[in-house]
Design a binder for this molecule. Structure first.
Ligand code: SF4
Ligand code: SF4
Length: 376
């Protein structure tokens, strides 16, 4: 499954156990993608988040969530998306509570709010992963993509150097540093420069993404066929730098409809959704979705402001959604149009689909039982 963290044995087992009992699952999600705030000082040209209402999760809701995550044995929480996590006033308290429960924690940040003190706090709290959104290859491109007065490219690059230096001084391997690049028309010709910048800045891995129209409907950001071919060519020498959990970028942009901002192939309606047993998305306004999909009302499965997360996860509504999503041929069932035509996790679902078919259902079940006996 797509994960910002390489999956550990216990996480694979939890996912596999949900898979064999799906859609009526008994375990919690392996991974939660959590938005704490939708505020951001920047105004990136590809982002729709900064135009949305300023939402913030209150800390009592976060504390309830952490208790439920612990009860459900959630393994990873990625604090990302929708806004800048460092603007959330209780970010460090949230991380502290999650770490106390033994949960791996990652954040995605634009880096503008980081300084030596916050870096040191994050490292001492044991944050496992920090992903910097860059999408640029030098100072000028960084500023032009962000369209914001509060942008200091050198500060972002020096923050990465500070993390590496402190990691070294404290003799720790965490946090891993990731760079996220959204490849759009304005930066595609400089893919090699972006990769080299990440290398020079000491990023442990790079996460490439295409532009999703559901994030911001702006077709002028999409690549033409020629640009896609040229990106694919320039990608080859850098494959080893790309995060193994996100080895789908080349497949996504090589999709038949990529020039229209749709990154899957014709099989999208035939491949079951495994994401709905593996992961969940909780937005800053408390709404729960099966993935970081477009906010379509049919995919809203509850709200943690008024309900407990563990009740939402095992609710009839979520189970009914999983039943529809996990049945191959989504078209025969009233799954949202979004899942049928725009699933941005198609290649991750496809990978599991192939694996399950190769092993056969009974073999998957046997494998889960043997892992269970090994008590991983
Ligand atoms: S830094 Fe992130 S949240 Fe802020 S505007 Fe840019 S993409 Fe959106
Ligand atoms: S968009 Fe894809 S991953 Fe998300 S719920 Fe629908 S089928 Fe699953």
């Amino acid at each position: 499954m797509n994960s910002d963290f390489p999956m550990e044995a216990a996480e694979k087992l939890q996912f596999a156990m949900n898979l064999v009992s799906a859609p009526r699952i008994h375990k919690g999600p392996v991974q939660v993608s959590l938005d704490l705030t939708s505020r951001c000082h920047m105004n990136c040209i590809f982002c729709g988040a900064c135009k949305s209402k300023n939402e913030e999760m209150d800390f009592s809701t976060v504390m309830r969530l952490v208790r439920d995550f612990s009860l459900l044995k959630v393994r990873q929480v990625m604090i990302s998306g929708g806004g800048e996590p460092l603007l959330y006033p209780f970010l460090f308290d949230t991380i502290e509570e999650l770490k106390k429960k033994g949960i791996r924690v990652g954040i995605t940040t634009n880096g503008a709010e980081l300084d030596n003190s916050s870096i040191s706090r994050l490292i001492r709290l044991g944050v496992d992963l920090i992903i910097f959104s860059i999408s640029a290859y030098d100072e000028q491109s960084y500023v032009s993509i962000r369209k914001s007065a509060k942008v200091d490219f050198r500060l972002v690059v020096s923050s990465m150097a500070s993390i590496r230096a402190l990691r070294h001084r404290l003799n720790v391997i965490k946090p891993r540093i990731g760079n996220s690049h959204i490849v759009i028309k304005a930066n595609q010709a400089h893919l090699t420069d972006m990769m080299n910048l990440s290398k020079r800045s000491g990023a442990d891995f790079v996460h490439l993404q295409p532009h999703y129209l559901f994030v911001k409907h702006d077709e002028s950001l999409l690549l033409t066929k020629e640009e896609i071919l040229s990106v694919l060519r320039r990608l080859l020498p850098h494959e080893s730098a790309i995060h193994s959990g996100d080895d789908m970028y080349a497949k996504r942009i090589n999709s038949v409809f990529a020039t229209q901002g749709v990154y899957h192939n014709y099989l999208v309606q035939q491949v079951p959704c495994y994401f709905s047993v593996y992961s969940t998305k909780i937005r800053a306004d408390g709404r729960v979705y099966p993935c970081a999909c477009k906010r379509v009302p049919e995919m809203e499965l509850g709200n943690v402001r008024s309900e407990r997360f563990k009740e939402i996860w095992f609710s009839k509504r979520y189970t009914d959604f999983r039943i529809m999503a996990m049945i191959a041929s989504k078209k025969r069932y009233p799954l949202p149009d979004y899942c049928q035509n725009y699933c941005n996790y198609f290649y991750q679902n496809m990978k599991i689909f192939k694996r399950v078919n190769q092993l056969g259902y009974l073999k998957v079940k046997q494998k889960v039982n043997s892992l269970r006996l090994m008590k991983v």
